[in-house]
Design a protein around this ligand. Structure first.
Ligand SMILES: NC(=O)c1ccc[n+]([C@@H]2O[C@H](COP(=O)([O-])OP(=O)(O)OC[C@H]3O[C@@H](n4cnc5c(N)ncnc54)[C@H](O)[C@@H]3O)[C@@H](O)[C@H]2O)c1
Length: 391
């Protein structure tokens, strides 16, 4: 099969197996060049391990600390006619390289929100690793079925209270248009919290504690986002922001639960980056194009792997205490939200239009990242060559 990107409404429907493998390799190479983590984790469970921040977390602990990793993700296998999802290929590539490097790396594919995958994970941990000293929770999903009731919830990305008008960019063409989103209903707020809030994280930690598979001093970390003024109404003050607030509050209740093993729960507020999840959030592609332009000029741009290595080396395993803000959150969005960076982004935001976006924003950087996470747009791959999608 000749595999070229199939993009519809900011979603890439396919992935290139060799490109994904090379993307994983690049992240591993980056990690191999960094100083090792001091007192880093040795056995790690990553929930949402196949793409974006979860994959970068997995690579960081495996290659930064020699950790044995068990990953959980929900990815699509290839067929004769259709490629697998990028996370499928990433997982296979990571496991293969980890094994070559003598690192335990196994993965479970299925719905992490359900009881079955939790039970399968516990059984696998008991059989293979005994106890883990870190649990990374990095799920991003538009739907969740509550295992207690069987009810399926869907998350929405909407403002609350009043409609939201802003600029938005078509990342394919660079065209900028005004758009408007109507406010969410009360039900939609509740549903979004059900999907992306802290309930499932808590269920995981309860299940792991009950099974006795958390080591003394075990840590758990989940990822959040706050973001700038220009996305505030639709992100932090919107439905997804309510879910993130819930996730952040859950960290405190999990730390109380983890007292039993003298463990701790953290939320890390990460930088906005191009991942499968963020590409579909309105306003985000334009914001990222402007942000990347500014951060690259300042020499402070990071991708998922740089962010996650910084999380583990300079926050979670930096010393006896973990540096946090006054609400107990780890902040990796410190450079993104720097006053001078945001002032420059805001200025560009007021000036930008379809005619000058190529000059004011890093559209190419955005588009390149978007293609690369799906294994496309790499100069070292011949995309006209036949490749077997089945891995
Ligand atoms: N991308 C950003 O800009 C950004 C910034 C800050 C925080 N975050 C947060 O980081 C976390 C991870 O986001 P990402 O951007 O890396 O997303 P992503 O889409 O790249 O990764 C999501 C992961 O969740 C897994 N997953 C989804 N549904 C699942 C299910 N039902 N069962 C098992 N696995 C499932 C996927 O397989 C994948 O491994 C999210 O909480 C997100 O809000 C993202």
């Amino acid at each position: 099969m000749v595999i070229k990107p199939m993009i519809r409404s900011n979603i890439c429907m396919n992935a290139h197996p060799v490109g994904c493998e090379k993307e994983v390799q690049d992240q591993i190479v980056y990690l191999k060049k960094q100083p090792k983590l001091i007192n880093g984790p040795k056995k790690v469970l990553i929930i949402g391990s196949s793409t974006g921040y979860g994959l970068a977390s997995r690579i960081s602990v495996a290659y930064g600390s020699g950790a044995q990793t068990l990953g959980v993700a929900f990815e699509r296998e290839a067929s004769e006619k259709r490629t697998a999802s990028m996370g499928w290929y990433n997982t296979i590539a990571f496991e293969a390289q980890a094994k070559v490097d003598g690192l335990y790396a196994e993965s479970i594919n299925g719905d992490a929100f359900g009881n079955e995958i939790k039970a399968e994970t516990v059984a696998k941990l008991k059989a293979d690793l005994g106890q883990v000293d870190l649990v990374v929770y990095s799920l991003a999903s538009p739907v969740r079925t509550d295992p207690a009731t069987g009810i399926q919830y869907k998350s929405v990305l909407k403002p609350i209270g009043e409609s939201f008008e802003a600029k938005s960019m078509n990342p394919e063409t660079g065209e900028i248009k005004e758009f408007s989103i109507e406010p969410a209903s009360e039900d939609e707020v509740v549903h979004t919290i059900k999907v992306m809030g802290g309930e499932d994280w808590k269920l995981w930690i309860q299940a792991l504690l009950k099974a006795g598979v958390l080591a003394p001093g075990a840590k758990t970390v989940a990822y959040s986002y706050i973001g700038p003024e220009v996305t505030r109404a639709v992100y932090r003050d919107g439905t997804i922001g309510k879910a993130k607030e819930d996730l952040e509050h859950t960290a405190a209740s999990l730390t109380a639960l983890l007292k039993r093993v003298e463990g701790q729960a953290f939320v890390s507020v990460n930088k906005a980056l191009v991942t499968r999840a963020s590409a579909v959030i309105p306003v985000v592609p334009l914001y990222l194009a402007l942000l990347f332009q500014v951060m690259k000029k300042e020499g402070i741009h990071e991708g998922c792997i740089e962010q996650m290595y910084r999380l583990f080396s300079q926050r979670l395993y930096a010393g006896k205490t973990v540096p946090t803000d006054d609400q107990g959150r780890i902040r990796l969005d410190d450079w993104e939200l720097r006053e001078d960076v945001q002032a420059k982004v805001n200025k560009l935001w007021t000036q930008v239009n379809s005619a000058n976006i190529g000059e004011l924003g890093d559209v190419e950087g955005y588009h390149d990242d978007f293609l690369r996470i799906h294994g496309f747009g790499r100069p070292d791959i011949d995309y006209d060559a036949e490749v077997d999608p089945i891995r």
